[in-house]
Design a protein around this ligand. Sequence first.
Ligand code: SF4
Length: 299
Amino acid sequence: MRRIEADAITQAVERLCMEANYFLGQDVIDALERSLKEEESPIGQQILRDILENARIGGEELAPICQDTGFTVVFVELGQEVEVVREAECGMQSAELNPPFNIPNSALREAITKGVAQGYTKGYLRASIVQDPLRRINTKDNTPPVIHVEVVPGDRLRLTIMCKGSGCENMSRFAMLTPAQGRKGVVNFVVETVLKGGGRPCPPLIVGVGLGGTFDQAAYIAKRSLLRPVGSHHTEAHIKELEEELFEKVNATGVGPQAWGGRTTALAVHVETYPCHIASLPVAVNIECHSHRLKTTIL
Ligand code: SF4
């Protein structure tokens, strides 16, 4: 077994939280620049220029590229030969780390949560999480994060941080279509979701689509699809064709940058699939805004 100290994970998460909020990824910048060349609406062009300028300032001044610094979603690929070990003295006790209800604080969860708390505090990033959905008391350090763990072969630990704004997350939708509704039903649902969102998710968007699985799996793979480089395509030809058709139809809606009209409603549409039951066709649409904050490291 390879031992990884919890503190190394905490330090990595702290750094990634800050970097994700300050530096927009080059894939997003490239997609925005491509869209700017193709955008016909003058106000749409101006908005795209403003978004690029905002990203430049964020990176140069180490300032968050959006005031909504998001819910921290952490994707972990945990090598099966890795053991996460706590330091002898851990400065922060589990009880202070706002663990979500009914989830035990493992060394891995504790290390990640501590990293989020430190990153958001040291980076002066807005704390946006409430401990209870009804009582709504702010946890003050943006914890707890949402953590997804996949156990994979090997002795490495891969951490990806996504800072997910609520404006776009709130416009995400799910439908349990019937198999008879098929591909056409999927296309209609995705385009309808984008139209319903209008300007609220801050277009231009990255549209993540999860097709298949169960209720929960469809939502998970929709979000996972957002981890792909913006504009990359699925390896299966018929899913790539579906992504291209959706991209064209979403951009034909005319919603445009910040819903001021234009052809740049989305920078990309990513589709991920999973086997599903003979009686169902689940489709989840996870909407992501242009402030696509994503950073990865491998320990
Ligand atoms: S939807 Fe995105 S760009 Fe709009 S306020 Fe939220 S995080 Fe910021």
